[in-house]
Design a protein around this ligand. Structure first.
Ligand SMILES: [Cu+2]
Length: 95
């Protein structure tokens, strides 16, 4: 069976929304001011349901978070750090 390319693209797109896809975002956390801060930020991020991994870089004041985009959002992540006392903004994302 030969399917038109458009059909294949539509199929691939529907699969993409039906399945949870891991996403990685980088958050800027400018208010981290001592080496203990990343521990608090990391804890706050990993507590968010759907977060698979959170790495916090104190030198760069950045957090790199991998999460399941069917379970949480980048907005929920910035909210979590804010609630922990460290407001953050999304500076980059990749699939
Ligand atoms: Cu600190």
């Amino acid at each position: 069976m030969k399917l038109p390319v458009a059909t294949l693209v539509a199929l691939a797109a529907s699969v993409g929304t039906a399945w949870a896809a891991p996403r990685t975002v980088t958050l800027s956390v400018p208010t981290m001011d001592c080496p203990a801060c990343p521990i608090t930020v990391k804890k706050a991020l990993t507590k968010v349901p759907g977060v698979a991994q959170a790495d916090v870089n104190f030198d760069k004041r950045e957090a790199t978070v991998t999460f399941d985009d069917a379970k949480t959002t980048a907005e929920a992540l910035t909210k979590a750090t804010k609630n922990a006392g460290y407001p953050s903004t999304v500076v980059g994302s990749s699939k």
